[in-house]
Design a protein around this ligand. Structure first.
Ligand code: GRF
Length: 191
């Protein structure tokens, strides 16, 4: 996939909607010596997203687009160009991007999903895994294509489901692994 910009650090935008714990782990990763990425832009569709606080703490440029306006994607593309962004990491971003948008950034949009894809695409993954009596769930880092949660898988981590698990306890355990595999997956594809 054509993400590399030679030996230069790759300018990255992270898209969020909520808590932003994956954003935080990516920021930490970007600060490591020899990290392949720098995070230059944070985009949220939710003005109340807690994750936006990290933009202030780490002095990263942030922009909110609520997607109520049909020109918002165009405005985002403008921002991405203006900031010379070459990689987009979706991290709990709850809006589905248009086919046109994804095509413009083909091969350069990555997502983290809280299930072992191809199982449980979409929402409510933890309840679905528990209700199916699965022994394992987990998380997946994958390329984004126009088909929801169906792009090429980069990295997965299995997490055991215990008998007394509920969606919340499982989510918590999986989230911990998400924070590890997202940076690891980026390292794999960018080095
Ligand atoms: C994560 O579980 C991620 O896999 C999913 O949404 C959640 C976002 O959590 N897409 P956070 O905002 O990164 O804490």
């Amino acid at each position: 996939m054509a993400i590399s910009t030679g030996s230069k650090v790759i300018k990255t935008a992270v898209f969020i909607s909520g808590t932003g714990s994956n954003l935080k782990s990516l920021i930490k990763f970007s600060k490591l010596k020899k990290s392949p990425i720098s995070i230059n832009l944070i985009i949220s569709n939710n003005p109340k997203s807690k994750g936006l606080e990290y933009a202030n703490i780490f002095k990263i440029k942030k922009k909110v687009f609520t997607f109520k306006n049909i020109t918002d994607e165009k405005k985002i593309l403008f921002e991405l160009k203006k900031n010379k962004i070459n990689l987009i990491c979706l991290a709990g971003f709850m809006k589905i991007l248009s086919k046109e948008f994804i095509k413009r950034f083909q091969g350069k949009i990555i997502n983290i999903h809280p299930s072992l894809l191809p199982k449980y695409k979409g929402l409510d993954t933890h309840n679905r895994a528990i209700n199916n009596n699965d022994k394992y769930s987990g998380c997946t880092v994958h390329y984004v294509t126009p088909k929801l949660d169906s792009g090429k898988i980069i990295l997965q981590k299995k997490v055991k489901i215990f008998k007394n698990d509920n969606a919340k306890s499982l989510q918590k355990r999986i989230l911990k692994q998400e924070h590890k595999i997202y940076p690891k997956a980026l390292k794999m594809i960018l080095n």
